[in-house]
Design a protein around this ligand. Sequence first.
Ligand code: EPZ
Length: 431
Amino acid sequence: MTKYQIRGGNPLHGTIQISGAKNAAVAIIPAALLVDGACRIENVPQISDVTLILQILRELGADVRTINRTTVEVDCSHIRNRQVPYELARRIRASYYLVGALLSRFGWAEVPLPGGCDLGGRPIDQHIKGFVAMGAEVDVRSGLICARVPGGARLSGGQVYLDMVSVGATMNIMLAATLAQGMTIIENAAKEPHIVDLANFLNSMGADIRGAGTDVIKIHGVTRLRGGTYSIIPDQIEAGTYMAAVAAAGGEVLIKNVIPKHLDCITAKLAEMGVDIEEQDDALLLRREGPLTRVNVKTMPYPGFPTDMQPQIAAVLCVARGTSVLTEGVWDNRYRYVDEFRRMGAQIQVDGKVAVIEGVDHLTGAPIHACDLRAGAAMIIAGLAAQGLTEIDGVYHIERGYETIVEKLAAVGADIRTIHVPGEEDQSQAG
Ligand code: EPZ
């Protein structure tokens, strides 16, 4: 079994380079299925979710070439096999993008229901509503999402009003609509930076998508996309995680390769807590010396405070002075990590979607379990701020979404290392 061992108490000093955005990469890579020709994709993060999605494309017959550490070339011109392997698809949430992409290109898709972090119910009814509005017949049976356009025709443009703001449904409908006949309009669309990134990728290959980043997206279907080169945006949540780490551990760190605008909501909260943040062109300089002050935080779709930063900000609030109220506005059950924090001496009460956190003078190191990706990252932050030794297992969750997190933190002075414990097995990847 692989674990992370952290001896807390070191302030962080130096520079951290942010990688490409996970949630953009896991949509842009399947989007290559729509393209006739080779897509060279740059700034690809080296994380296990990306490895998995590339492996699925290979299984489908795509030609996938690694150009260098952060660049891959994906050519799906000669895809033959359309059966997505269950064992791979169930391990990753983003496998649902294969439905939109395959349906758009072939008018037919059968994809195993996706996996992903356990955050409460994760229905896909809005994705299905979108495909149906474009003329597909969709049903879920034997663990598969089965979608087809009757008569083997192309999808046709449709109008979709999303009942709730959904990142996945917005991107999936965008993928399906790209090669459909006519215009598709998505209303109440999600506005996250990765939505804009997917639209920019598709447009750079010849698609006609307007309005991404607003709540109405119009997609004029085209008959063909051609190959090209595209660079993925920096990861908003990875950057936010390191910002939270500096807030909790103290010190002075330059966080490089970011789009500061994407981080406004996180910057504002940390500044309110007493962190000094200086914005530069593509970097943020964070400094924290004095005590942290309590704040209230409510997560919501972009440009609100991201749900994917909720556990990390909770870790910081555990060591802030006073009582903070944290409200989860997106997922039903994103507080499964709280019991682990309590082992470290955190004072947290949860009632439904609200957590009340009373800051303590210090946390104490403990053996804890990373129950999902962002909760795992939050546990690292708690460990950095704690007195004594923290040992985290279940780190495969963390490695799904953070490139070389141990090395990046150790390079700025954190006492963190990876250990391998013989004789104990990691649980199989839940994805
Ligand atoms: C994406 O999940 C991200 N995953 C999640 O990040 C992130 O938490 C989430 O967006 C919100 O920002 C990927 O991009 C791979 P949603 P997604 O559809 O698309 C409800 C991480 O840590 N809903 O925006 O699956 C749903 O239950 C991961 O990187 C429906 O009811 O989320 C939720 O309450 C975790 N029906 C809300 O909408 C639907 O058909 C938002 O979900 C779709 C969603």
